[in-house]
Design a protein around this ligand. Structure first.
Ligand code: ZN
Length: 299
């Protein structure tokens, strides 16, 4: 994620120009020449206002990363998140910056549960794990994260053990707090509800999911569809697989399950499912199996 977004400036300039022209045209239509003048003024004011709003966003992001990373947050991440430990030094610095930008930009709301700093850190850590290799990425499709006090069912009744998380096409992610804690507690069981649901958000294209993440294009996308089909078939036939059988349901779920395994048991995925590993590694711009090699871990 970036503190300054060059796109914001371009957008403000363009929208300002459109507002001026529209204001003038509308003013001229309603009241002739004096109307055009008033319209021009109104349009210019709208343009300036927009620029101020966007500048405030930049200032907010700058503030978010200005102070040193809080020591207690670092301590907490070290304890709670094995993946943070796995990251090479320079990646860890970027992780901390992205974490703070994510927290300053995204709404995380507790529903019947207190959205503590710890929980917010776990949510942000889940998302940023996926996007760390993309400096420009902003999680724009994500509108809000809701934290539920427990697992829930399709009517959103908490206490039913049907779902531990859900991602909607319009950008809301729901996470069950106990399942989120459990995901961090067991770092190498290929289960992580946060990573799973945020992987679904990467797949959202105009509110639809199709199992091919946005940004995976051309040859890689074709190879992904083929290999996903092959792996899903192997899961259905109950062949030995590093992936959870939940991934056999549909391509959308295979993507979620494969991304969980890619970050939780990368060496095993690399050995047994090389093609999946290579595509995801190219897509995310990350090589977690090599990071585990480097810290002397074996499968
Ligand atoms: Zn899913």
């Amino acid at each position: 994620m970036r503190v300054e977004r060059p796109g914001d400036r371009r957008f403000a300039r363009m929208a300002g120009a459109v507002a001026v022209v529209l204001g003038m045209a509308l003013g001229a239509l309603v009241a002739g020449l004096p109307g055009a003048g008033a319209g021009l003024l109104a349009g210019a004011l709208i343009g300036l206002g927009l620029r101020r709003v966007l500048d405030r966003g930049t200032a907010r992001r700058r503030d978010a990363v200005a102070a040193p990373f809080p020591g207690e947050w670092r301590e907490f991440l070290r304890e709670a998140y094995d993946h943070y430990e796995r990251l090479p030094e320079e990646w860890r610095g970027r992780f901390e910056e992205d974490l703070r930008l994510f927290l300053s930009e995204k709404r995380i709301t507790g529903v019947g549960v207190d959205a503590t700093d710890e929980l917010r850190l776990l949510v942000a850590a889940s998302a940023v794990t996926l996007s760390l290799g993309w400096p420009e990425y902003e999680w724009e499709q994500l509108t809000e994260v809701l934290l539920y006090a427990g697992d829930f069912d399709r009517d959103y009744t908490v206490g039913e053990e049907e779902l531990s998380g859900q991602a909607h096409g319009w950008g809301t992610v729901i996470l069950s707090v106990p399942s989120l804690y459990q995901s961090f507690e067991y770092p190498d069981d290929a289960y992580h509800v946060g990573i799973h649901e945020f992987a679904h958000i990467l797949d959202v294209d105009h509110t639809h999911f199709d199992g091919i993440p946005v940004g995976l294009d051309g040859d890689l996308a074709r190879r992904w569809v083929e290999v996903a089909e092959k792996e899903m078939e192997a899961l259905r036939r109950r062949r030995r697989s590093a992936f959870d059988e939940y991934g056999a349901r549909e391509p959308v779920e295979f993507l979620g399950v494969a991304v969980e395994a890619f970050f939780e048991i990368p060496q095993l995925v690399r050995r047994r499912h090389r093609e999946v590993y290579d595509i995801l590694s190219a897509y995310f711009g990350q090589d977690p199996a090599a990071w585990d090699d480097a810290r002397g871990l074996r499968e």
